[in-house]
Design a protein around this ligand. Sequence first.
Ligand code: COD
Ligand code: ZN
Ligand code: ZN
Length: 374
Amino acid sequence: ETTGKVITCKAAVTWTIDAPMSIEDVEVDPPKAGEVRIKIISSGICGSDNHVLEGDFKVPLPVILGHEGAGIVESIGEGVSSVKPGDKVLTVFLPQCRKCDSCLHAKGNCCLKEDVRHPVGLMLDGTSRFTCRGRKLHNAFGTSTFTEYTVMHEISVVKLDEAAPLEKVCLLACGFTTGYGSAINKARVTPGSTCVVFGLGGVGSSVVLGCKAAGAARIIGIDINEEKLARAKALGVTDCLNPRNFKKPIQQVVVEMTGFGADFSFEAIGTIDTMVAALESCNSSYGVCVIIGVAPEKSQLAFNPMQLLSGRTLKGCFLGDFKTRDHVPLLVDDYMKNKINLDPLITHRLPFLKVNEGFDLLRSGKSVRCVLSF
Ligand code: COD
Ligand code: ZN
Ligand code: ZN
């Protein structure tokens, strides 16, 4: 019985960003009011965690990274009512408090209790539940899944169907949901349309699945990695483009291929250049461009405003624009009914203690999603 007690367990600690994570014994405090302690069972390795390790996405250190997790509730703090010990849950980085301006608006999904845009790395009361070698550790985006146990706010915990396979649905905590929802909810891809997707990692591949589900007739995939291009064909990409094979800018290639530009374009890489290229790849009059990638801190997007005056729409979203606690369970239902197939995204599996190898696979371009098991 661990309820109410500190749990000592293994976690991957990021002390500095220029070294591998180190596997340490950490102490995880019991959950306080409104909090939930979760035993992590599976976690995917997402591109945004890699952005942190490469210095492009700044978060306070030392930290326990990981946000694409699934696990089982171990214990709950005072006042928690939406989950109980034993429940299967997803760890999502966007809360849904149901009280803030964004949550109360019909369309808002970026709850004001989030810790993603300007990460502080602490619980809402300003303290931490993790200790290692006598030092307090930060959490990542209110989640932290590279640990055997984590503590999260109830408002960021999505309750799962009790039959959901955690080693697969963990992708619904970030990558799949982010990409698929961007196509379905944010762009609202229409049947018969032409789409172009920049970046075919876990997130971009999920955009492709969303475009396909929405009935897109043509899906142009863009990546500098030939293996990613080949794999994406199996997901529904109809035309593959490697920007390195062209002298002219890739947006010009897309415009020429499509006549006047794509109906919908998506950026799932996270660089300023590819964001501008995505914008310029969509139709100047009615094209819609959705930005998904997280660009390096302090970077500014610059383009001629004439790009918009002709009628284009530029938008972006976190987590596919889903209100997390309301809508992610509906995606899980779709998964349970075989309407969604996550298998093509999961290219590798590793035991949690090999998390650094998982990041090597992502950086070398070999993996789409590597799922860690605990
Ligand atoms: N041109 C074309 N393709 C490129 C280029 C380029 N210049 N540079 C890289 N690529 C390709 C890579 O070969 C790779 O296939 C792909 O782009 C990126 O994929 P991954 O696997 O590295 O990354 P994902 O798909 O896991 O991550 C997606 C993003 C990198 C977009 C990342 O920013 C992200 O996860 N964003 C969404 C999640 C989110 O909102 N996070 C914020 C809070 S946690
Ligand atoms: Zn992610
Ligand atoms: Zn809210």
